[in-house]
Design a protein. Structure first.
Length: 825
């Protein structure tokens, strides 16, 4: 068994110890700088509200498991979860709509919930002012976590099972040899370890610094106050209960004013996010003192009363009973925020055996701990945690300035109504392709991803709306789906299908895998037989040992020992780089995304364009589909890949960044005679869905296998070499899938959905939409959805969009050009 050291005995560290024990690991030491009975981190004062519903399926499932687990941790006949239910209320019409959307998320992810009118809200929560509340969203299984108690009970039970706890002992350094952890240093000496897991909460940055890893979290103070006794809550039986079970009313969220509430017996607890962000540097708090109590702990700063004033005013409006009392006590409590609001879980890229589980709420604590323990013990978690991965952040997102600004912004927006396409306002223009100035000249509307500016459509194409054939005319959208969208997208789709368009593909990850071990590495990691002759592109999957999809890749063999990999995320790069390091035969993995650029030149006229600017041969015979060639365009060396995400003839044309401007201009001027336009990601997304191309992370993830997800074409059955996941696939291929990623078309031809909506069959929520778009070629909205395989082709289902049911039909996949004539000709 591995020797494990866990740093931090908060709700996360103790759960990790417990989950590892449950999976048979026994040599576990937990080191905590504070006293074990009350370590003094965020857990020690967390009011413990658990609202499970999130736009993210992953986060919702991590929360549900936390509820289940806390209910199961019992002592003296009492569990660690008070399931009082959760109520989110709306005081604005926009929030009423938002709650419908949240109700949809809950249905999608299998959480029972109800929408309530004002009267029903009052029945459930009589203290609300009926003149203020317009409606509510109720989740019976939400409630209050008794986090500090759970931590103590976990310490008790895991200690009995052999976990060593060392309190009042700070870890001051991480010991390592040959890029592997070997132990931790403390004032009491060194503790040897094969695996070190930092569960240091908002101290994570300091722990990361010990090993040279930027941990993208920002500790921020958040205000929590308790009222004096509220006369209307006095004298109830509930007030006499022990151990914090002193609440019967649902936990309450008033997101329009950045507020939440719980009962503490006769008192109210009020949490507030509406104040200015108050960043903290954990290091500045000094060492945790020997004496820690409820009022004195490092994570508890002095209450800044003036910041709380708006909260108190709004609270008295919402809950008139509070007018009869005062604020008795308050504090500014510290916990972690991150650039995208997600937790940080995973292994340090530069140090094997150093793992983190930080920026985790109580809400997700047991879920995260279970996932991490599963990854450590089996290589895969049952809940996909790609969106929690430490390695999801790109280099530009790991600077302190970026982390601080974006994490603080996340604090500000925590309860805001956020459209799925809503971009960051700042920082912007961190990464732009060499085509940026040309794109601006053409009126590009940019949205941001991982620091990249990506055009979604070009205002310069607006005039073409007049020449748009009537069958291509865009539908009128509802206000929500019309946000961050333009009818110009229809023009760009039409031009791509009928003439030719250029798409900026620079932001897609590209890296080079080279050296004598390159072939072995890619054979071992992927489902494809990449031992092709040079000049061939293979579509491939990275799998885990259970046959779950880690990612999908395009692998181009450029030479005997040289491959180029088109990948999805920074996590792919981290994973492949780590595997490369551990391989005996030398192999180098080099990220070339930023030093190169790429234009997708696609459409039936693309060959006409490229042949006028390149001396090379673009005939089917010498340059077939899924071929890759080194060519020149107008004197520039270009790597041309004959493939297309939009399902049309064409090439991805890559060159080094300094030649990008010339590449764009050459194509642009040669394309004029053929009706070329620049097109953005709006059209791209619509066209790729019509063609049935999956997007990793949205349509499929590690919870799915290739047969369910419809990407079995990436599995080369004849490949004799062993690869990760092969044994599992041999078993899976014989099974009939119980669920399938299905293509749906909307029956009325005009009702849009955007993704994550629940899908109903026979009045039961049975699945959810992954991604969706208007299919301009098929002239109706298209959605992909995970559904039970019993829902057959041609059957009618209903998608719930803001409470409205939209009929859709399970359609053949793909909708467009199933024989790929457009790609092959
Ligand atoms: P912590 O509890 O902070 O534990 C980390 C531990 O690591 C600490 O005990 C620390 O002493 C130890 N440590 C750090 N560095 C070292 C070192 N070098 N050596 C040894 N030990 C070290 N979440 C919810 O889900 N619902 C809520 O309603 C909620 N309300 C909140 C209200 C407030 C006011 C605050 C501040 C937070 C709230 N949270 C809530 C967030 C939640 O409290 C935290 O996210 C959670 O407790 C973090 O748990 P943790 O175990 O990661 O961190």
């Amino acid at each position: 068994t591995q020797r494990v050291v866990i740093i931090g005995a908060g709700i996360v560290g103790t759960n990790v110890a417990d989950e590892l024990l449950l999976r048979g690991w026994t040599d576990i030491t937990v080191v905590e700088q504070g006293p074990l009975h009350m370590p003094g981190g965020s857990t020690s004062h967390a009011p413990g509200l658990v609202f499970q519903t999130s736009p993210s399926k992953t986060m919702t499932r991590l929360a549900s498991y936390t509820v289940e687990k806390l209910l199961s941790i019992e002592k003296d006949g009492q569990s660690c979860f008070n399931q009082v239910g959760g109520l989110e209320i709306a005081t604005t019409p926009a929030r009423v709509e938002e709650l419908k959307r949240r109700h949809g998320f809950a249905s999608s992810w299998g959480i029972e919930s109800r929408l309530l009118n004002t009267q029903e809200c009052l029945q459930l929560y009589p203290h609300l002012d009926r003149n203020v509340v317009l409606g509510g969203f109720y989740i019976p299984s939400d409630g209050l976590a008794l986090a500090a108690r759970a931590t103590q009970l976990l310490i008790e039970r895991t200690s009995k099972a052999g976990v060593r706890y060392i309190g009042e002992t700070p870890v001051t350094a991480i010991e390592q040899k040959d890029s592997r952890v070997t132990g931790v240093t403390t004032p009491r000496g060194t503790i040897p370890a094969d695996i070190v897991i930092s569960c240091a909460g908002f101290w994570g940055v300091e722990l990361g610094a010990m090993v040279g890893v930027s941990i993208p979290l920002l500790p921020l103070a958040h205000q929590y106050a308790k009222t004096a006794a509220v006369p209307k809550l006095a004298g109830r039986e509930v007030n006499k209960r022990i151990n914090g079970m002193n609440a019967t009313l649902p936990i309450l969220r008033h997101q329009d004013q950045d507020l939440y509430y719980r009962e503490h017996g006769e008192q109210y607890g009020i949490g507030f996010y509406g104040h200015r962000p108050m960043p903290v540097v954990a290091e500045s708090l000094g060492l945790t003192p020997k004496h820690v109590d409820e009022k004195n702990m490092p994570s508890r700063l002095e209450f800044t009363k003036e910041d709380f004033e708006p909260a108190w005013n709004e609270s008295q409006k919402l809950l008139p009973a509070l007018r009869d009392t005062t604020i008795e006590d308050g504090f500014n409590g510290i916990f972690s925020f991150t650039p995208d609001g997600g937790p940080i879980v995973g292994q340090a890229p530069n140090l094997d055996g150093f793992w983190v589980a930080e920026a985790v709420w109580v809400t997700h604590s047991a879920g995260v701990a279970r996932a991490l323990a599963e990854v450590l013990t089996t290589g895969q978690s049952q809940v996909d945690i790609g969106e929690c991965e430490l390695s999801r952040f790109e280099d530009v997102q790991l600077s302190r300035a970026y982390i601080n600004e974006t994490s603080a912004q996340n604090f500000v927006e925590i309860y805001d109504i956020i459209h799925p396409s809503q971009p960051k306002e700042s920082p912007r223009n961190l990464r732009v392709s060499p085509f940026y100035s040309r794109q601006k000249d053409q009126g590009a509307f940019f949205l941001e991803l991982a620091g990249w500016e990506r055009p979604f459509w070009y205002e310069g194409n607006r005039s073409l709306l007049n020449s748009l054939p009537s069958e291509w005319k865009p539908i009128e959208r509802d206000p929500w789906s019309a946000k961050f969208h333009s009818p110009i997208v229809a023009v760009e789709a039409w031009k791509t299908r009928s003439a030719v368009a250029m798409y900026d593909m620079t932001s897609f990850h590209r890296f080079e895998v080279s050296g004598p071990g390159a072939l072995d590495l890619l054979l071992r990691l992927t489902t494809a037989d990449v031992n092709t002759k040079s000049g061939v592109i293979s579509y491939a999957l990275l799998l885990n040992n259970h046959g779950g999809i880690r990612s999908d890749l395009f692998i181009s063999r450029l030479d005997k020992d040289l491959f180029q990999v088109g990948a999805n995320t920074a996590t792919d790069l981290a994973y492949i780089s780590r595997e490369a390091r551990q391989q005996e035969k030398w192999v180098q993995v080099r990220d070339i995304t930023g030093s190169t650029c790429c234009i997708g030149l696609w459409g039936p006229r693309s060959r006409d364009v490229i042949t006028t600017i390149s001396p090379d041969d673009f005939s089917n015979k010498s340059f077939p589909y899924l071929g890759v060639r080194n060519i020149t365009i107008n004197g520039i060396p270009v790597t041309a890949l004959r493939k297309s995400y939009v399902g049309e003839l064409g090439w991805e044309l890559q060159t080094s960044a300094e030649c990008g401007g010339r590449l764009w201009d050459s194509i642009w001027s040669a394309g004029k005679n053929h009706g070329i336009i620049a097109a953005g990601r709006g059209a791209f997304n619509a066209l790729r869905l019509e063609k049935g191309y999956r997007t990793y992370g949205l349509d499929m993830n590690s919870e799915h296998n290739p047969y369910e997800a419809g990407v079995a074409n990436a599995v080369r059955a004849s490949k004799w070499e062993d690869y990760i996941g092969k044994t599992a696939l041999e078993r899976l291929v014989k099974q009939t899938p119980t669920r399938l990623l299905r293509c749906l078309t909307v029956n009325d031809g005009r009702s849009m959905v955007l993704g994550k909506e629940p899908v109903f069959y026979n009045q039961k929520a049975v699945g959810y939409v992954t991604t969706a778009a208007f299919g301009y070629t098929v002239r109706k909205p298209v959605a992909y959805a995970w559904l039970p395989s019993t829902v057959a082709l041609g059957q009618i289902v209903e998608i719930e969009y803001f409470g409205r049911r939209i009929k859709a039909t399970v359609a053949n996949d793909p909708l467009y050009d199933p024989d790929s004539r457009r790609l092959l000709d």
